[in-house]
Design a protein. Structure first.
Length: 232
């Protein structure tokens, strides 16, 4: 998979995608991640990519020309899925991550300043928000998207089962995990996990996932029940 990131701050992206799972995915060519400073596509002599908003108002607005030039330089025939990060986009989810992971090539634009020229939207296929809050720029959101997508690619994780058992994979929060020591300050690992009975362990984990989701995310629990026909 190829991922291109358009940003004004490559230094916020590059160190992260060079480490851990993302770094290994790049080294093994599971994911080709390239970071581009789209300021270089500005025709302004000072390489400015923002300007004052028409009609007045606070802040500066990202201009359309450098963004479109960058897109056309990377993707002249519109082959990539183009992703715009914005608080106004559709809510991001594990399901959306799986959908993005099916693409061979995505281009992600990191916004900045007060906002961006509305016409920029015309050049993107999907608009995504990672949550109902505002960040200084789209770089952190881009990293969230990249990490969640790359870990779904075949070979990205040492244990492919890890992705299959993650929270939200089946609409539920993940069950509790334990490791050594068996007892810590009086807190014991549940006996079932030490039983060696894989069927009982699987049943316990399912029960715990349902219980945790019902307690912590009743919205997810209700949605899960509806998909299952009203009970579990």
């Amino acid at each position: 998979m190829r991922i291109d990131v358009l940003t004004l701050f490559p230094g916020m992206i590059e160190p992260v995608v060079s480490e851990s799972i993302l770094g290994r995915a790049r080294e093994t060519e599971i994911a080709e991640i390239q970071v581009h400073d789209f300021r270089q596509y500005s025709e302004d002599k000072h390489r400015r990519v923002d300007d004052y908003p028409y009609g007045g108002g606070a802040g500066m607005v990202l201009r359309v020309e450098p963004v479109v030039k960058a897109l056309r330089n990377l993707d002249a025939d519109n082959s990539a899925l183009r992703v715009l990060l914005s608080p106004q986009g559709i809510p991001y989810s594990q399901s959306r991550a799986r959908t993005l992971a099916k693409n061979d090539w995505i281009i992600i634009l990191c916004g900045h300043y007060e906002g961006f020229d509305e016409r920029i939207r015309d050049y993107f296929d999907v608009e995504i928000s990672i949550g109902d809050y505002v960040l200084t720029g789209g770089e952190l959101a881009a990293l969230v998207v990249i990490d969640s997508v790359v870990r779904l690619l075949p070979g990205a994780l040492n244990n492919e089962q890890s992705a299959a058992e993650d929270s939200f994979t089946d609409g539920l929060l993940e069950y509790p995990h334990y490791t050594r020591p068996r007892v810590f300050e009086g807190r014991k690992v549940p006996d079932v996990l030490l039983s060696g009975d894989h069927a009982r362990i699987a049943s316990w984990r399912r029960e715990q996932a349902l219980k945790r989701t019902k307690e912590r995310r009743p919205d997810l629990y209700e949605a899960y029940l509806k998909r299952r026909g009203g009970s579990d």
